[in-house]
Design a protein around this ligand. Sequence first.
Ligand SMILES: [Zn+2]
Length: 189
Amino acid sequence: MDIDSYEFTGIRISLSFVNQLLPGKLQGNEFKGKVDFSTLTDILSEDPGSLQRLEENHVEEFVSLAKVLREIIVLLGKGEVSTSAQKLNALMSECPATPSLECDENGHWHLHHHPLDAGLIAMWTAICAEGLARMVGEQHYHRFGVCEAVECDRVFFDTSRNGRRRFCSVSCQNRTKIAAFRLRNSKNK
Ligand SMILES: [Zn+2]
């Protein structure tokens, strides 16, 4: 599984929306969420077409989408698949992922999973919902999770072979190891 590949766009962007836009805890620190235009510009930078259409007033709508995506990812991480499936179905019927072909400036055709004339929010809702739904359909839903480290609530998608990832980052994994080590040491004294 290569999270950087094109077919994982929906998952990759969903994680970025949730982890960057929503407030909570980030690797041991209070996190206010980066709700601004430049954060969205960064997240959507892999799609020049989206950047051209992105406007200041889209920011709040993307935050709303991020909240729904977080709910679904948290549920998937807990194995509550039927509730997640209902929520994903609702998103997909609201913003259908109609496939269509588009030609780029080099004359290469690309298959997009959304209508070309869909609004920016509807388009990304469709892409994200489809990305998550595909993992449910392929029995990979358990790979979604919320970081188990203290003072962290960021979400992740586990692409490892054994699928046993527990933390959002190496930083949280190390913090947890060090804390466990200190606890053992203090008990041994
Ligand atoms: Zn973490």
